[in-house]
Design a protein around this ligand. Sequence first.
Ligand code: NAD
Length: 335
Amino acid sequence: MKYLNCNMKVAVYSAHKFERPYLEKAFAGKHEAKYITSALSLETASLAEGCEAVSIFVSDNASAPVLQMLSKAGVQFLALRSAGFNHLDLAEVKKLNIKAARVPDYSPYAVAEHTVALMLALNRKLIRANSRVMDQNFSLDGLVGFDMQGKTVGIIGTGKIGSLVAKIMNGFGCHLLLYDKIENPELKDKYNARYTDLESVLRESDLITLHVPLSPETKYLIDKTSIAKMKKGVMLINTSRGALLNTKDTIGALKTGHIGYLGMDVYEEENGLFFEDHSEDILQDDLIARLMTFNNVLITSHQAFLTDTALRNIAETTLYNLDCFASAKENKNEL
Ligand code: NAD
């Protein structure tokens, strides 16, 4: 591996309009960025030819064959503009001797706050209420919500984001049930929360929110079997990764009313769908089409991270990661 104590050429894939100003500001006068609006894929990997580094977003395909193409094109460094790295074949990265780094905590607040925004919007039926008012329909029938105070909230995954959700929900006066393979004793004392097993979280919670990463262990954590254990009418929120939920099973439970509310910022088939304007297309995905028909389902297209603070931190940490690569500096963000 050769290190370059200088500026690098960086192919920035999935360079969305919303993040361009932040990236341009961070990169100014430093590395030479080649902004590519398309996602990284087998078809677009050759665009990185001549670049030492590539920067990718959550929706990019960094599977083994794509990484092999990047390596052949001379790419030595991979700067992820995300915290999650389930879209990256880490074993292949190591095999190809590519160095990869992520942005581990650009703003857990952004994601935690969006999680709570989904809870409140679903509970108080804000989207329906607003469209009624826009139609000069000022009736309140069908808009009854519930007090958050006193409800039991189950938080699955109490890392950076889950623990902030715990803090906010404690502020609402909720009872907190926590599940994580590593307990955070601070949460118990500070927020009067109780760690328990997954089964008890599923059985006892009025609202359940998911904050574990996607891994073979957590894929379809929520499926027919786990849904059957939940309270009837439960509110389920997923701002973590789509495949934590089995979408077909979730739709089944929405149809019977077992799931009373669903808030999702991520979707297991979101690649190629989210982050893009498909308003002129014929929707081909029948599962999301079905989800869109429920008035107790609220979908946002992976925007929980989308705050000014988070975008600034993502751009600045990406630059830091590239600087560390270029100067062979040790970096805790490396994978
Ligand atoms: P984190 O690493 O701080 O916390 C994850 C927690 O999950 C840890 O406490 C870990 O012990 C626990 N965990 C992992 N595997 C587990 C298992 N099998 N069983 C029980 N607990 C397990 O991560 P974070 O910063 O809180 O982020 C959580 C997830 O949020 C990320 O992995 C990412 O997928 C998602 N995320 C989404 C967005 C968005 O815009 N929607 C943005 C950032 C992150």
